[in-house]
Structure formats: structure tokens, C-alpha cells
Design a protein around this ligand. Sequence first.
Ligand code: ATP
Ligand code: ZN
Length: 226
Amino acid sequence: ANATRDRLRIAIQKSGRLADPARSLLAACGLSWRESRDKLFCYGESLPVDLLLVRDDDIPGLIADGVCDYGIVGRNELDEQANARLEIGLSPAYREVRPLGFGGCRLMLAIPETWEWEGAQQLQGLRIATSYPAILRQWLSARGVEASVVELSGSVEIAPKLDTADLICDLVSSGATLKANQLKPVETLLDSEAVLAGPVRGFNDARADLSAMLLRRMDGVLKLKD
Ligand code: ATP
Ligand code: ZN
């Protein structure tokens, strides 16, 4: 993890909601790449900054392990994995370096439309389906609520219909998916957007200057956007 390198490596989502905006942002920072045949690694041409194209779930771990220096990932994913690490006594090993202003969504609790929301205490003893178990457990324990967290990797919103859970905790942007499943959002656990994630400690090799330049350029691009 402490190996010296003279090129910077950035992990971005290979395909999905963050893939194109992440690439566009980096291109706007003046980066360009030569694509390899497998399209998993893009060799930086204009600058020694390479891309690794991966699943978003893998990005925090790649930074923690020092395989990549930076990553563009949803705050939801970054916080979930930081909380999960905390639960087993590991330190975060990465941090949010910049919010990026795209990929906005909220991690929310949603209950059946027919219920009346009376607050967190109402969740005592219920089953909550989610792909963000560590964030949810942390939120529940901060409120002294004991509920059972049902971890699902996808299709969380149909869990109440299938009776595998009573309610859900899921990412919401427009709310259309909730509505289609007769659910209504009641509490926000996290306001999320895409972020630049990076290492907790600085670099002591060529990556230090590269990293400073990348951040300078990114700040310029982000300022133009708002
Ligand atoms: P991968 O194949 O990389 O694992 P994925 O299915 O986990 O992809 P996407 O659905 O592409 O991921 O979402 C990536 C990120 O986009 C989310 O982690 C979140 O930060 C953001 N996002 C924005 N709006 C939404 C939304 N409505 N639902 C889900 N994610 C959203
Ligand atoms: Zn994912």
C-alpha cells in the first residue's frame, strides 16, 4: 500500500449513473486516456493519471488498499463502507476530498403509504430492508431503536410487498420508484452526491504534485459549474 508510484490512479464507475459524469469531469480537468482492449484500465496520455473502471462498490476498498489513489463514488457508498469498517474496528482509510455536484440522491426511510409516520420509535421490532445496513444500524442505534435490518443487494423497494420486510431504507431521487411500490419517504438518513474520495494521508512521491494539480484544476471546473 505504501509503494512509491510516479503516476496517479483514479477509480471510476465502469458503467452506471456516475460513469459518464465522472469521465466528463476528469476530461474537463484536461485529462485524456488511451483505452486498453479490456476497457478496464485507461492509460493517461496528457498527464500521468490513469483510470481504473470498476463497480462503484469496489472503489472505497481500492483506495483503502492503496490500489488506487482517488475514486469518484457516491457519498452513500463511501459512508456505508466507512461505517462497516468501523463496526469491525477498522479505521476509514479514505476520506471525502470534494463534493462533485452530480449524482444527487438521498438515503431515506420509506413506509407503506397507508401508515402514519410517528417517528423513529415506531420502528421498534420492525424489519427494514436496505442495501445500506451499516448506515441504517448507526442511525437506529443513535435513536435507541431496535429493529431488524434485512440486507438486500437490489430490488429493495419490493421487499414490503414480498413480506420480507415491513419498510425500507433506500436511495431516492425522484421518488417515482417508491410511489410505484405504494411506499412514501419519511426520513432522510443521508444527503448524497458523487464525491472525490482520496487517501487519509498525503503522498511523498511524484503523486503529491500531480494530486495538487488535479485538485486545483477540479476546483476551477467545479467553480465554473455553479
Ligand atoms: P455498479 O454496477 O457500479 O455496482 P450500481 O447499480 O451499484 O452500479 P448505480 O445505480 O449506477 O450503481 O448508482 C451509482 C450511484 O448513483 C449511487 O451509489 C448513488 O450515489 C447515485 N444515485 C443517484 N441517484 C440515484 C438513484 N435514484 N438510485 C440509486 N442511486 C442513485
Ligand atoms: Zn454498486
